[in-house]
Write a protein that binds this ligand. Structure first.
Ligand code: NOJ
Length: 552
């Protein structure tokens, strides 16, 4: 089969119509996607081997979570070398092959950039430890003397996002800041050397041909210059909460993205930056995507919205106001590698911390059928919205959270740093099933898997869904094909009146979308059915179901 490239011609001036304004971007979590060498951890060659499956799914781009050299204390978000590939994932040649194969199929490739912290195994941090207090080497990170009579107390009361204190003391008595794991020291972004280092990293990957970067902890790089104590929040996670910590959303962080925006503009082909910035509101998040900063920001206020029609209406309206107001597209996302998969989350009966996970001892146990039904309806709504949407690998199979992982296999630092109080994110990171009747469900040929796959996943394997028009895989394919056909990503939304409050009804171009979030059926307007999130009979839409209709 020959596959023509559908990428826009290089250098074409497409302001206002850039690919990232309407793209559906599929998140590949490399260690759990496909494992070509059979060691139990996915790899780049595995991604290359499955690109045609992503073409047939119908996505426009992939975003890859980190594959760089790393001790893997935070699944690769602890980078020891920003310009090389961890041997677990392959080599730079494997990366180039994967990139070329993706581009040949018209799929763009976004890589993950982790600029808030490095691994403690990064050569700069090793040099900082060796060089001692007051050195230029230490000035690349946030080393400080302690407080208390002999400096035995940390410089301030900041807590790590993963639990426990955000400061660790080194042998000579100084302390260093790590907003995440102890093996993830934070850089000092007041240091010009750090700026220069990262613009070189950007160029390294841009020169190789990547289409953009997802920027990790994009709201946290700059800390308040006084490093003041702050009132601790019940939710130590990244941003949000009542008391916004003095390391999220500091004004000077925006200068960094203006600098990077200028670097990207030197390159052709609409390269893009996407902010991972967990901020409480859409309006705050929109500050990251002003004209000369980033191009997209994840819409976490949307992701965290409950299955409630009023709340969803509010966040969708706010998003379609706030992002375009600064010249950016709205984005939409329901799942990623840090949150409970939406096929489970939407059926939770009580709040759990966002990255708290679900485990054998959790009191909140989602009902799988309800979760899947709502997840399918939620995705049917999301993929009708104008802007760019993110999918997380496995959601096209309707995968639920793996809720019964035994304690001894857990790897998320959150689990260790909270002494098992928060299960953490392992449950959404389990290797995905490709083939029902194969070792590790076709994740590889050896049957090895870095996290055990639940037995129920055999029925959800991709090959088991291939021939079933009622499957979640077919739903996603149908949604994506029609989203493309009717150009919904570039469309605009009109709210339709005349429905109950617990029903969402909108029109985007030719497509009318009705979502029933209530418990009673609702009469559908006339129109030709394009797709339904769950099968039903008659002219009434059942609870937790969404449809796309074409006007008569
Ligand atoms: C956000 C990433 O998505 C998450 O997985 C990681 O643990 C933290 N940033 C720290 O890098």
């Amino acid at each position: 089969m020959t596959i023509a490239s559908t990428l826009a011609p290089i250098g074409e001036n497409r302001i206002g119509a850039e690919w990232w304004r309407s793209a559906v971007i599929y998140q590949v979590y490399p260690r759990s996607f496909a494992d070509a060498n059979g060691d139990g951890i996915g790899d780049l060659a595995g991604i290359t081997a499955h690109l045609d499956d992503l073409v047939s799914l119908g996505v426009d781009a992939i975003w890859l979570s980190p594959f760089y050299t790393s001790p893997q204390n935070d699944a690769g978000y602890d980078v020891a070398d920003y310009c090389d590939i961890d041997p677990r994932f392959g080599t730079l040649a494997d990366f180039d092959r994967m990139l070329a194969a993706a581009h040949a199929r018209g799929i763009r490739v976004v890589v993950d950039l982790v600029p808030n912290h490095s691994s403690s195994e990064h050569e700069w941090f090793q040099q900082a430890l060796a060089a001692g207090p007051g050195s230029a080497e230490r000035a690349r990170y946030l080393f400080r003397d302690g407080t208390g009579e002999n400096g035995e107390l940390p410089p301030n009361n900041w807590q790590s996002v993963f639990g426990g204190p955000a400061w660790t003391r080194v042998a000579d008595g100084q302390w260093y800041l790590h907003l995440f794991d102890v093996t993830q020291p934070d850089f000092d972004w007041n240091n010009p050397e750090v700026h220069e280092f990262f613009t070189n990293v950007l160029r390294f990957w841009l020169d190789r041909g990547v289409d953009g970067f997802r920027v990790d902890v994009a709201h946290g790089l700059v800390k308040h210059e006084d490093l003041p104590d702050h009132e601790l929040s019940d939710d130590p996670a990244m941003g949000g909460g009542e008391h916004v910590a003095p390391y999220w959303g500091q004004e000077a962080v925006h200068d960094i993205y203006r600098e990077w925006n200028a670097v990207l503009r030197e390159y052709d082909g609409d390269r893009a930056l996407c902010a991972e910035a967990w901020l409480p509101t859409v309006d705050e998040t929109a500050l990251w995507v002003r004209q000369d900063e980033m191009h997209q920001a994840f819409n976490f206020p949307y992701l965290t919205t409950k299955w409630d029609a009023d709340d969803l209406r509010a966040v969708i309206s706010e998003s379609l106001r706030a992002y375009p107001a600064v010249g950016a597209p709205a984005t939409w996302v329901l799942s990623n590698h840090d949150v409970i998969r939406h096929a489970s989350r939407l059926a939770l009966t009580e709040d759990t911390a966002r990255d708290g996970g679900i485990g054998p001892r959790s009191t909140a146990r989602p009902i799988p059928e309800l979760g899947l039904r709502r997840a399918r309806a939620a995705t049917t709504l999301m993929l009708a919205l104008p802007g760019s949407a993110y999918l997380y690998q496995g959601e096209e199979l309707g995968l639920p959270e793996a809720t019964d992982l035994p304690d001894e296999v857990r790897q998320d630092p959150t689990w260790f740093r909270t002494d098992g109080e928060r299960y953490g994110r392992d449950g959404c990171r389990v290797p995905i099933p490709w083939v029902a009747d194969a070792p590790a469900y076709g994740f590889n040929e050896t049957g090895a898997s870095w996290l055990p796959q639940p037995a129920e996943w055999a029925a959800l394997a991709r090959d088991a869904q291939e021939g079933d028009p009622a499957s979640t895989l077919w739903l996603y394919r149908t949604l994506l094909a029609n989203r493309r056909q009717y150009d919904l990503g570039a469309g605009s939304l009109e709210w339709l009146d005349g429905f109950r409050d617990d029903v969402i009804a909108v029109r985007n171009g030719a497509v009318t979308v009705v979502v029933n979030l209530g418990s009673e059926p609702v009469a559908l307007p006339s129109g030709t059915l394009v797709v339904a999130s769950s099968a039903f009979e008659g002219a009434e839409l059942p609870a937790d179901t969404a449809v796309w209709l074409l006007a008569d």
